[in-house]
Ligand binder design. Structure first.
Ligand code: TXA
Ligand code: MG
Length: 327
């Protein structure tokens, strides 16, 4: 089993060497851990898909240092992109733009676009500087599982398929980046994430919804996602939570349930985790995936999660919960 290493200068150089040799590296970003490969090395990128068990039609995000690198990889960089990059990079915003010839088809999942972002994490940025080339990196989980917010979660999923694990501790944001498509008439929201929709709309006006249109815009959003192995339910409101709690108690522990609830919920017990206030969506986002993985390890029959308001990062949190419970 590969070792996790603190991301000192020495480790970052070793990671850059591994990437140059076409191997895979797990590294922290501000959102979740990424599974990185040299974006211009087709064989290395193919290795990402086999390590994750990811369908090859699901493109990966390319991590870059700055707008100059973004311009190199794209053919349709425009004023909206400049505006969004100025406001949100480095940070959890991914822009989908028509790709240049430098981006291999493997990265784009066969589409004519590429997704790019500048991560807001010193280790990711040091690694990019040390390499000098763009790094293709999806979240470092097995396909379908919750994204890793701790290095050991990535290792539990990927083991020896990865040459170097850079352990930067728990990630700050906890949900993945927001993905915006800039190839359409209006900027289109493909995935809710670490930058709140409201903040983006303050810059570019109302975002179009991807909805159910002619082709899947973010192919990844078609697959079941973010799911723990244990069955899961969302208690859509406080009354529903109270009802499930009553049923559970009436059944006198016939089932073992892990409860992830707000500090306003009126329940308590050994398997009840108070995540944060209902209105503290940032903390919910920060803790969610790690709590789902921990609940999984607890050997429960069911995980019940209380819904929170869909403002700010609450929208991304609820999006992940719904996808994790969809059949
Ligand atoms: O925060 C994040 O975005 C993390 C960190 C590591 O950067 N990465 C991440 O990557 O979440 P991944 O592969 O798990 O999710 C990328 C999403 C997928 O839904 C994928 O389909 C979509 O972005 N995507 C990537 N390239 C695309 C493209 N060219 N057009 C449309 N959607 C794209
Ligand atoms: Mg992912």
């Amino acid at each position: 089993m590969r070792r996790l290493t603190p991301p000192d200068r020495h480790a970052i150089q070793a990671a850059a060497r591994a990437l140059r040799d076409g191997e895979l590296v797990v590294f922290p970003t501000e959102t979740v851990y990424g599974l990185g490969a040299d974006a211009e090395n087709r064989d290395a990128v193919r290795r990402i898909f086999s390590a994750k068990g990811r369908p090859t039609d699901n493109p990966v995000i390319v991590h870059i240092l700055n707008v100059a690198m973004a311009r190199d990889l794209t053919a349709g960089w425009n004023e909206t992109a400049t505006e969004l990059a100025r406001r949100f990079w480095p940070g959890p915003l991914t822009l989908v733009i028509r790709k240049s010839a430098r981006v291999p088809a493997e990265v784009a999942g066969g589409l004519d676009t590429v997704a790019v972002r500048v991560p807001d994490h010193p280790v990711a940025l040091d690694l990019l500087r040390e390499c000098g080339f763009p790094i293709a990196a999806p979240s470092a989980n097995k396909s379908g599982r919750p994204s890793p917010t701790r290095c050991e979660d990535a290792r539990a999923d990927l083991g020896d398929a990865v040459a170097v694990y850079l352990d930067g501790g728990a990630t700050r944001v906890g949900v993945e980046s927001t993905v915006i498509d800039l190839t359409r008439k209006r900027p289109t929201l493909l995935r809710l994430g670490g930058v709140a929709r409201e903040a983006i709309e303050a810059v570019v006006g109302p975002l179009a919804a991807a909805g159910k249109i002619e082709r899947p815009l973010a192919p990844g959003m078609n697959y079941k996602h973010y799911a723990p192995q244990t069955p899961m339910r969302v208690a859509e409101n406080p009354a529903k939570l109270a009802e499930l709690w009553r049923e559970f108690n009436a059944a006198r522990g016939a089932r073992s349930i892990a409860w992830l609830v707000s500090s306003e919920a009126d329940i308590a017990g050994p398997d009840v985790t108070v995540v944060a206030s209902r209105d503290d969506a940032d903390v919910w986002a920060h803790r969610l995936f790690a709590l789902l993985r921990d609940a999984d390890r607890g050997g429960h029959d069911l995980i019940v999660v209380e819904a929170i308001p869909e403002a700010g990062l609450g929208a991304a949190v609820m999006d992940r919960l719904r996808r994790a419970t969809q059949k």
